[in-house]
Design a protein around this ligand. Structure first.
Ligand SMILES: [Ca+2]
Ligand SMILES: [Ca+2]
Length: 436
């Protein structure tokens, strides 16, 4: 399994748009080493903030971040990269405009093969809270920042760092590794002072196999049961204003808008084809939005089994376009975990539409909305990377096709063919796993 080690923190309190942390310790080199850098940035002024790129030892990293955009904007995130050689590296974090400070926490991972996050939850609550799924043999890292504070306490992860980031700004990280699957592990980061400070936290998990997690994305394909927002002047119908291709939102070109309390839009979408036997983990609802002036309140809406469910709402004030994503671990109609049928449009509890509701008061615009369905297909474990059952018995260099003698060992029918593609690092992983 992946072994995660926290190394050190560093902070730069100057105003920059590129932060170069030169000669950072990245731990022992190795063919399957991964390096993960947690980072936190502060900004003054309310224009849009973004991460342009992160490189580690000159290699472009896979980046996942969250942000709050207000008078004191913040970004927290993670950059992950394969880094087989070297014991020090320059970590460069590039943002779209001048920041007021940047802090990092560096982690070393043995046997890392998957660099995109498996699950993620962000929280801007006064004490950060979120439920995170973690694949077997995976790990979770959390990063949080807030003003008015010098310390924090974590629950259900082990705190790794707690550092000053400017005079009263705190950056803290915590982590945990898990042999068996974690489902909705409840994580909290309690700040010593829970007033003000514009807190922001991001909890992410990483796994061992690329085949463990699948995300399927769906954009609106038509109007749903609620069509109370106004489409942009001269624009197409509402659903066609917000079905912008993922990664290509058109902002003020096509959007829907409303300043009416409880105005609701929901949209139909294509039918997911989650395979029978899959484990469904969560539905994520993405929106891209902006205030025209002042603040407004937005609530995600899911329509299941013919009933609209208004989910936790939150206040927004950015007049520049910004993205929100909310994770919905359970079906709001049943209040238990989603089933394959729920997602595939089958039965009395099926997910039928998604959308949003406004608290009203000020005009808000939404230019893009879509959902992601995240699941693990049944039995799919052996592809480009390998997840072997704990009970599999095979000797190093042995024949996998002859291995499944023990009860409870499930090998796919293509193991013999795949065997030829197994690499030395994979056998090392397998062997180490076997010894646990
Ligand atoms: Ca469109
Ligand atoms: Ca649009």
């Amino acid at each position: 399994m992946a072994a995660l080690t926290f190394l050190q923190t560093n902070t730069d309190a100057t105003d920059l748009s590129t932060y170069d942390f030169v000669g950072e310790n990245v731990g022992a080199a190795g063919a399957t080493r991964g390096t993960i850098v947690a980072f936190a940035l502060g900004f003054s002024g309310s224009s849009t903030v973004d991460v342009t790129s992160v490189t580690i030892g000159g290699n472009a990293a896979t980046v996942k971040f969250a942000k709050v955009e207000s008078t004191t904007s913040r970004i927290v995130g993670f950059a992950a990269v394969a880094l087989p050689t070297g014991t020090t590296a320059t970590i460069s974090i590039v943002v779209n405009r001048t920041a007021t400070r940047c802090s990092i926490a560096v982690y070393h991972v043995d046997d890392m093969s998957v660099f995109t996050v498996s699950d993620f939850v962000s929280s801007s609550a006064a004490d950060a809270v979120g439920a995170v799924d973690c694949p077997p043999n995976g790990f979770i890292i959390g990063v949080a920042t807030t003003g008015n504070n010098t310390s924090a306490t974590w629950t259900n992860l082990t705190e790794d760092s707690d550092v000053a980031h400017g005079s009263t700004v705190l950056v803290t990280t915590a982590s945990g590794t898990f042999v068996t699957e974690e489902r909705a592990r409840s994580i909290t980061c309690n700040y010593a002072t829970s007033s003000g400070g514009e807190p922001l936290a991001l909890f992410c998990s990483w796994g061992f196999s690329t085949s463990y997690i699948r995300y399927d994305y769906f954009s609106p394909t038509g109007a749903g049961a609620n069509s109370e927002w106004t489409s942009s002047p001269g624009g197409p119908a509402g659903w066609d204003c917000v079905n912008d291709a993922i990664g290509a939102a058109d902002d003020d070109t096509t959007y829907v808008s409303s300043s009416t309390v409880n105005a609701t839009d929901t949209y139909v979408f294509g039918t997911p084809a989650v395979p029978v036997g899959a484990t469904v983990f969560a539905v994520y609802l993405y929106r891209r939005h902006r205030a025209v002036s002042g603040s407004w309140t937005q609530a995600p809406m899911l329509r299941c089994g013919g009933t609209d469910y208004q989910l936790t709402n939150f206040s927004l004030s950015s007049t520049a376009y910004a993205d929100s994503v909310t994770k919905h671990q359970t079906n709001p109609r049943t209040t238990v975990l989603w089933t394959v049928d729920d997602l595939n449009g089958i039965g009395a509890n099926a997910l039928q539409e998604f959308g949003f509701l406004t608290g009203g008061g000020n005009e808000a615009r939404i230019t893009q909305v879509y959902i992601a369905v995240r699941y693990t297909p049944a039995g799919v474990m052996l592809t480009d990377t390998v997840k072997i059952s704990d009970t599999l018995s095979v000797t190093r260099g042995g024949d996998l096709s002859a291995a499944p003698a023990a009860d409870g060992v499930k090998l796919l029918d293509t193991v013999t063919a795949i065997r030829d593609r197994l690499t030395v690092p994979v056998f090392q992983s397998l062997y180490r796993h076997r010894r646990m």
